[in-house]
Design a protein around this ligand. Structure first.
Ligand code: HEM
Length: 106
């Protein structure tokens, strides 16, 4: 299935409780996601990331679509420990679309 950024914008409604994206986005419950595709994992200055995620971030390096999809499917499983994002996006098409949307937000 092709990626659909417009459909992904609708999926992002689920993320908005915790995340802002775009110019001037600020930290909420989660870090802002502006420029997340290609950004170093767990690197938003001043955000109190979990220890498990900070450890995993060294291995993740910069986020790409494949890694973001694994994170979104099950953050704790991907990080291998307790993380602060207690939300999963099990639907693969939704993951692809929301990542395509995020890729437009630089
Ligand atoms: C972290 C995406 C939903 C809370 C992250 C990160 C990404 C992300 C990419 C890593 C950020 C970084 O490396 O700086 C998303 C997307 C969502 C979503 C696309 C919707 C599909 C949520 C929801 C919550 C949440 C609903 C709150 C209930 C957090 C928190 C972290 C985080 C607290 C930091 C994790 C830690 O330090 O362990 N999210 N998220 N997210 N997210 Fe989300």
């Amino acid at each position: 299935m092709a990626q659909d950024a417009a459909a992904g914008e609708k999926v992002f409604v689920k993320c908005k409780t915790c995340h802002e994206v775009g110019a001037g986005a600020k930290a909420k419950i989660g870090p802002p996601l502006t420029g997340i595709v290609g950004r170093q994992a767990a690197s938003f200055e001043g955000f109190a990331y979990s220890e498990s995620f900070k450890k995993k971030a060294a291995e993740i390096g910069t986020w790409d679509e494949a890694k973001l999809s694994e994170w979104l499917a099950d953050p704790a499983k991907y990080a291998g420990g307790t993380v602060k994002m207690v939300f999963k996006l099990p639907n693969e098409a939704e993951r692809k679309n929301v990542i395509a949307y995020l890729a437009t937000k630089k």
